[in-house]
Each structure stands twice: as structure tokens, then as C-alpha cells.
Write a protein that binds this ligand. Structure first.
Ligand SMILES: [Zn+2]
Length: 77
């Protein structure tokens, strides 16, 4: 997948609407692509703001993925 495909799938990725295989493809791209990681984190923040009321519990795997993204960001500096 290239950046364009990633960006097109991102909102579905964040909404957990993609097949697991597609998620993995996106995640492996994110490992190598700082720009797309920035977009994901920005988009996530926006989505979080929209969802603030009445704050449903974040599913565990979303949290795991979020932490993975945060870790990746830290490593690359
Ligand atoms: Zn990219």
C-alpha cells in the first residue's frame, strides 16, 4: 500500500471498520512512514473529540494499537 491508499483508508481504520488484514497492512506502512503516523495521530485526536460525549469504553485492542502508535512515534523521535 502506498500513502495515498493508506490515507484513503484511515478513517475506516480508526473506526475499526477495516478487515484485520487491511489493518495490519496499514500498521506495517505506519512503521515506515512518519508522515502517515502524524496523520493518524491527528485524526485520532479529532475523532476522540467528536466522541467525547458520552464516552463509551475504548475497546482494549484500540488502546493497544494507540499505544503502539505512540511508542513508534517516540522511537523515531
Ligand atoms: Zn505513508
Amino acid at each position: 500500500m502506498d500513502c495515498k491508499e493508506i490515507l484513503e483508508g484511515l478513517s475506516e481504520y480508526i473506526d475499526e471498520e477495516l478487515a484485520e488484514k487491511t489493518c495490519l497492512e496499514i500498521e506495517s506502512h505506519l512503521k515506515d512512514c512518519y508522515n502517515c503516523r502524524v496523520v493518524v495521530s491527528t485524526l485520532r485526536r479529532t475523532v476522540t473529540l467528536y466522541r467525547e460525549v458520552p464516552a463509551p469504553e475504548i475497546p482494549g485492542d484500540v488502546r493497544t494499537r494507540l499505544h503502539a502508535v505512540i511508542r513508534l512515534k517516540g522511537e523515531t523521535g
